[in-house]
Design a protein around this ligand. Structure first.
Ligand code: NCD
Length: 320
């Protein structure tokens, strides 16, 4: 194998990246520090490294994705891996093959990295037990989306210089959001103060036990916030009515200039995308570059995913 050796690099003590829960402050800092280096590399004309030469990465997405799939693909390619995207709409999954049978099939092709998105919480962990390679969770149901929380953290750290002692408000449909769950874990580990703001129907029962302050009123909740993280209404995971109408939801919980004025003057707005303008966020606010870091999040996403692919293959590259 011709992959570059990484003998002198610090190891990462996890075979998979299934969630933020279980990572330490030092491990999160290690990922973010490495991602910072990849941000610089990605801004150069020559963006390619041969770190993962000879390694195969398969992206297996059972749910739709634009940013996450594209950036995992770009991340793998920029590091020199052979990257294959498996489309669930044109594969044997449509013929009724189970997740675990698909996992065994892919495993027989000796991939080194498997990036998986699935609609069921826990499905990615289950799959990780069936394969020999490193598995990265690209979002499992309502459970976790670790690389999203890491890219959010990188965006915040680069803009604000730190994570500790900032106040972050996570707003909207927290109940159905794996982004919210991963962010709550990460921000708690990093010593950030976390608030969740939303109607009672869209907050998980007992969410305060996750170490967050709970608000049902946007103006109260946004007071003094450094970071405002907006979430999409995940209607594909809703069974029943969680709010009266979209226009009522927007007037109470949609982020507009008036509500934004109650946060700190230099508050930063994040959104994982895809955005629904006029539902959870006003179009003018989303495009207001004085506050919105939404496009920067996309840039950080590629760098964070490169860092994760690098770290999860270090032990393998050392022994090859
Ligand atoms: C999020 C997801 O899929 O969980 N999107 C993303 O990964 N950028 C959030 C969402 O779909 O609303």
């Amino acid at each position: 194998m011709s992959s570059a050796k990484a003998t002198s690099l610090p190891a990462f003590n996890h075979k998979h990246l299934l969630g933020i829960e279980g990572l330490t402050e030092a491990e999160i800092t290690q990922i973010l520090d490495l991602a910072d280096q990849y941000v610089d590399q990605n801004r150069q004309t020559d963006k390619k490294k041969n770190l993962l030469n000879g390694l195969t990465q398969i992206n297996l997405f059972y749910e739709n994705s634009t940013r996450t799939l594209m950036s995992f693909e770009l991340a793998g390619k920029r590091l020199g891996a052979d990257v294959i995207n498996m489309s669930t709409s044109s594969s044997s999954i449509k013929k009724g093959e189970t997740l675990l049978d698909t996992a065994s099939t892919l495993n027989a092709m000796h991939p080194d990295l498997l990036v998986v998105r699935h609609g069921s919480s826990g499905a990615v962990k289950l799959l990780s037990r069936k394969v020999d390679c490193a598995v990265l969770n690209a979002g499992d149901g309502k459970h976790e989306h670790p690389t999203q929380a890491l890219l959010d953290a990188l965006t915040i750290r680069r803009r604000k210089g730190r994570l500790a002692r900032l106040t972050v408000a996570i707003c909207g449909d927290v109940l159905h959001s794996r982004v919210a769950r991963s962010n709550i874990h990460l921000l708690n580990i990093m010593g950030t103060r976390v608030r969740v703001i939303g109607p009672p129907t869209l907050l998980p029962a007992g969410v305060e036990k996750m170490g967050v302050e709970v608000y049902h009123d946007m103006i109260q909740g946004l007071k003094g916030c450094d970071i405002i993280m907006m979430l999409r209404l995940q209607t594909e995971r809703m069974h029943g009515a969680y709010f009266p109408t979209i226009s009522e939801y927007f007037s109470l919980y949609g982020l507009d200039a008036e509500k934004l004025s109650h946060a700190k003057e230099d508050a930063l707005i994040l959104h994982p995308g895809p955005m629904n303008r006029g539902v959870e966020i006003d179009a003018a606010v989303a495009d207001d570059l004085a506050h919105s870091a939404i496009q920067e999040q996309v840039e950080m996403g590629v760098a964070v995913r490169m860092a994760c692919l690098d770290l999860l293959t270090r032990s393998k590259r050392e022994t090859s």
